[in-house]
Design a protein around this ligand. Structure first.
Ligand SMILES: [Fe+2]
Ligand SMILES: [Fe+2]
Length: 140
């Protein structure tokens, strides 16, 4: 059965809650990170915020264009005791976000909104870049 507009809006709201999570996560980790690599990691985390903010804007605008109401509550930010845990949490979040956007892109195509599918396509590239940079820092 084809995806309904309500199901697409619900999915986009899940994505939006997770973009808000990403913004808060990067901002909090940048402020909190300690140790010898503090300066580099602070810059790394802060650098991601602009991308995630743009993703959140796109999603909120699309949700209202579809007649939905954008959520205002972020998904919970996982706590981290040290820099390594922060990076592991970031890697997990970026990986899950890519999986959600691949699913959402297919739903957008099924719904016939190729503009949205294209936006999600670009966001997958940006989240993949975030993921790969995090993997390089972690050395995995
Ligand atoms: Fe994002
Ligand atoms: Fe990201």
């Amino acid at each position: 059965m084809a995806i309904t507009k309500e199901e697409l809006i619900q999915g986009l709201n899940e994505d939006l809650a997770n973009e808000y999570q990403a913004i808060i996560m990067y901002l909090t980790y940048a402020a909190s990170v300690k140790g010898m690599e503090r300066e580099q990691l602070q810059n790394f985390f802060e650098k991601e915020i602009a991308d995630e903010l743009n993703h959140a804007k796109m999603l909120a605008n699309k949700i209202t264009a579809l007649g939905g109401t954008p959520v205002t509550q972020p998904a919970p930010v996982p706590p981290a005791a040290n820099a390594k845990e922060m990076l592991q949490n970031v890697l997990k979040a970026e990986t899950e976000t890519i999986q959600r956007y691949v699913k959402r892109m297919k739903q957008a195509e099924e719904f016939g909104d190729y503009g949205l599918a294209n936006e999600l396509h670009e966001m997958i590239s940006e989240e993949t870049h975030h993921k790969e940079e995090t993997e390089k820092i972690l050395g995995v």
